[in-house]
Structures are given as C-alpha cells and as structure tokens.
Design a protein around this ligand. Structure first.
Ligand SMILES: Nc1ncnc2c1ncn2[C@@H]1O[C@H](COP(=O)(O)OP(=O)(O)OP(=O)(O)O)[C@@H](O)[C@H]1O
Ligand SMILES: [Mg+2]
Length: 255
C-alpha cells in the first residue's frame, strides 16, 4: 500500500479536485483506493458524492481519541472508500493542532491501520502548505504531488518551501494545474520554476478548463461528460503516471 499526499503552497490550486479525480480514475483502473480528507475545510466528500458536509470523520478522531475514524467511512459508486475530515468547533480544532504537535506520527500510524492490499493507494487531501496538517501528510506520504498553478506567486512559494517538503518526503513531483499556454506570464513562471527546482520530476500538466467547476457542481466528472477535452486527457494522464508508479496489479486483481 502506498500513500500519496496532494500538497500546494497556493490556495485554490486544485488539490481537492485532483485528489477526487485521481481516486476515481485509479479505482476504475482496478486499484483499491482510500481518499482521506485531512483538510478541516471538509470539502473532499462533496467531490466524491456526499450531498452535505460530513459531521464526523478523521478530524473528530484526531481531536478525541475515544472516537474511531473507521466509523466514518463512505464508499462511492466508483468504489472509492473515503474518510471525510468532519466538522469541528474552534475548541476541537485547537485540540487537533495540539494532538498533531504531541504525536508527530499520528497520521502515519492511522494510515497504517488501513488494511489495503500491496497494490492499493491512500490519497490525502490537505490544506495549504505549510501548516501542521499538510506537514503531517507529507511526512506520512511515499509520494508528494506538488500541485502548482503556473502563476508567479504560486511558483515562488513552491520554490521557497521545496527544501522543507523534500525533507519530509523524498519523492516530490510537480503537477502543473490550470495551464493556459497562451499566457506568456505562465510560460515565464514555469521557466522560473523549472530553473529554480532543478530536477523536480513533472508528473503531469493539466490545462485550464472553464467547464471543470461546473461539472463538479453538477456532481459529474469532466472526463465522463467531455472526454475529448484536453483537461480530461490530462487527468487520465495523471492517473496513468500514478498507476505506473504504484506496484503492478496482480493477475487476480486485473481479472
Ligand atoms: N484545471 C482546472 N481548470 C479549471 N478549473 C479548475 C481546474 N482545477 C481546479 N479547478 C477549479 O478551481 C477551484 C479550486 O479547486 P480546488 O478546490 O480543487 O483547489 P484546492 O487547492 O483544493 O483549494 P483550497 O485551497 O480551497 O483547498 C474549483 O472551482 C475547481 O473546480
Ligand atoms: Mg481543497
């Protein structure tokens, strides 16, 4: 079982969108997938089919050790098992922060309780990095997908935080999201990012697609509704990259 954290230093970069899309596309390829919402914003469930914010989830288990996250798991129609973050009062949020501080390996241990096969994958959605939740996710991960829009501020903050991120996880790969090749500023920002990060491997470029937010608001996947769009191909490309990185499915899993 491998763990992948989606991390970015910019808000609205597409972490939740990509976590949900990857979870779905990998499940459709026959992978056992757990999507874990480690962002107190509690949005991942909405992308994976819940029509209301889940009240309970991994946040409740973090704030209060007597609660078990196993009791708050859901499975969607694509077979993705997911654990919402759950809603928290300010006092319980503070308890979460304190617990993360006190137990640096809490998330890693919790993920260890998930009994997926060798070829399975846990995908973690995170709040904007740096923060304690995202830091714990990066340290629990075998692979970090650094999601970055090709904008100067997002690229510059990723460059600044990359050394810390690489200390937490040895394998950090770039996902450029919301790419609009017609904009010269984006080309410049990406050239700066490439130059400043040296050999950071590129997992995928995903193009800006105006209909993407609308598809999600209708509870649909863009790669189902409009498979011909460049962004749909890109999302499949990302799933292909991750699938190739994961251990190969066994003959019985592909049967
Ligand atoms: N390639 C894309 N093209 C167009 N819109 C996109 C693309 N990727 C994501 N979006 C849209 O951008 C918005 C932000 O995406 P998302 O919520 O996934 O980002 P996030 O990094 O999780 O944000 P937050 O910092 O709020 O957690 C959403 O409306 C989403 O539909
Ligand atoms: Mg998000």
């Amino acid at each position: 079982m491998k763990t992948i954290a989606l991390i970015s230093t910019a808000g609205g970069a597409g972490r939740t969108t990509l976590a949900a899309s990857l979870a779905t596309l990998l499940a459709r390829r026959g992978r056992a997938v757990v999507a874990l919402d480690f962002d107190p914003q509690n949005m991942l469930g909405a992308y994976l089919g819940l029509d209301a914010f889940a009240a309970e989830g991994i946040g409740g288990a973090l704030a209060d050790p007597s609660r078990k996250w196993h009791e708050s798991t859901w499975r969607n129609e694509d077979g993705v098992l997911f654990v919402p973050h759950g809603g928290l009062t300010p006092a319980r949020s503070a308890a979460c922060e304190a617990r993360l501080c006190e137990h640096p390996r809490w998330l890693e241990r919790t993920i260890g309780e998930i009994g997926l096969p060798e070829t399975g994958v846990v995908l973690i959605d995170t709040p904007r990095y740096p923060c304690s939740h995202a830091d714990h996710a990066a340290r629990a991960a075998d692979l970090v997908l650094a999601v970055c829009p090709p904008e100067p501020a997002a690229c510059a903050t990723l460059v600044a935080r990359l050394p810390a991120l690489r200390e937490s996880c040895a394998d950090v790969r770039l996902v450029v999201n919301r790419l609009n090749p017609a904009r010269a500023m984006q080309r410049d920002a990406l050239a700066m990012l490439r130059g400043a990060t040296g050999n950071m491997p590129l997992a995928q470029r995903i193009h800006l697609e105006a209909s993407m937010p609308e598809a999600f608001s209708r509870g649909a996947w863009i790669f189902d509704e409009a498979p011909h769009l460049q962004a749909s191909h890109d999302l499949h490309g990302l799933a292909q990259h991750v699938d190739a990185w994961l251990p190969a499915l066994t003959a019985s899993e592909t049967a």
